[in-house]
Design a protein around this ligand. Structure first.
Ligand code: SF4
Ligand code: SF4
Length: 233
């Protein structure tokens, strides 16, 4: 049995706030459809999350300004993705050294232009690890930091002891992300396991909106900015 506490300590020392383990068996078919059998063969996942800098998310209301764009893209994507990838690579090496198979999933990988998603959903792993719920924005919402977290995952066949419970959806009557989206990409429906994502989120609308912007680097992030669970006074 893996020493999960040791892996958690290693991760926390490298700036990870959210760390959890997930049994993926209930999502097998969904994972198979998205990533194929090389991804779906792993029964367990370790989910890690690093909190985005609040100062940068709070400036997203000025998201057409060059400095805001550069800070957001650098800190919220390039740098944090790189940090996450370094940590999942390290965790992968430590687990493999114990004799198990691992597949670290890159934090920012997009492989499907149709679904505009990666080979594996980090949100799914974090959700199954009990770290948050899927909000009306289709983002993973944590009670303390809302959607202001970036995620990465290590898939493994190492048998992990799962103690967590799924977190209840706490969106309730809130519709802030639905209302603020400039292109109405969200339908306002709550997440349901058996419903396809496009019932809740029309990803093409978001993508087209960003591609229409005049700035060379295009950002929005209003659905991250507005969520009351991440807002800091
Ligand atoms: S990033 Fe902006 S356009 Fe895209 S879904 Fe969020 S609020 Fe809508
Ligand atoms: S803004 Fe409101 S509805 Fe949207 S994800 Fe956050 S809590 Fe849920």
């Amino acid at each position: 049995m893996l020493n999960i506490e040791k892996l958690k300590k290693v991760s926390k020392n490298m700036g990870v706030k959210y760390f959890g383990v997930a049994d993926l068996s209930t999502a097998y078919h969904e994972i198979l459809k998205q990533g194929g059998s090389d991804v779906a063969k792993y029964p367990y996942a370790i989910s890690i999350g690093i909190v985005l800098p609040n100062s940068i998310i709070e400036r997203l209301t000025k998201r057409n300004e060059k400095e805001v764009i550069i800070d957001y893209m650098s800190h919220s994507y390039d740098i944090i993705n790189q940090r996450l990838d370094n940590i999942t690579s390290l965790l992968g090496s430590l687990i493999q050294a114990e004799g198990y198979d691992v597949l670290p999933i890159l934090a920012g990988k997009k492989v499907s232009q149709v679904r505009l998603s990666g080979s594996f959903s980090h949100k799914l792993a974090a959700n199954l690890a009990g770290l948050g719920w899927i909000g009306k924005s289709c983002l993973l919402i944590t009670p303390e930091d809302g959607p202001r977290v970036r995620w990465a995952t290590v898939l493994t066949d190492a048998p992990l002891e799962i103690k967590n419970k799924l977190m209840d959806n706490r969106c309730g009557e809130c519709n802030k992300c639905v209302d603020i989206c400039p292109v109405g990409a969200f339908t306002g429906r709550e997440f349901k396991e058996d419903e396809p994502r496009d019932k809740r989120y029309i990803a093409e609308k978001c993508d087209q909106y960003l591609s229409m912007k005049r700035e060379p680097i295009k950002i929005c992030g209003m659905c991250i900015y507005i969520c009351p669970y991440g807002k800091k006074n």
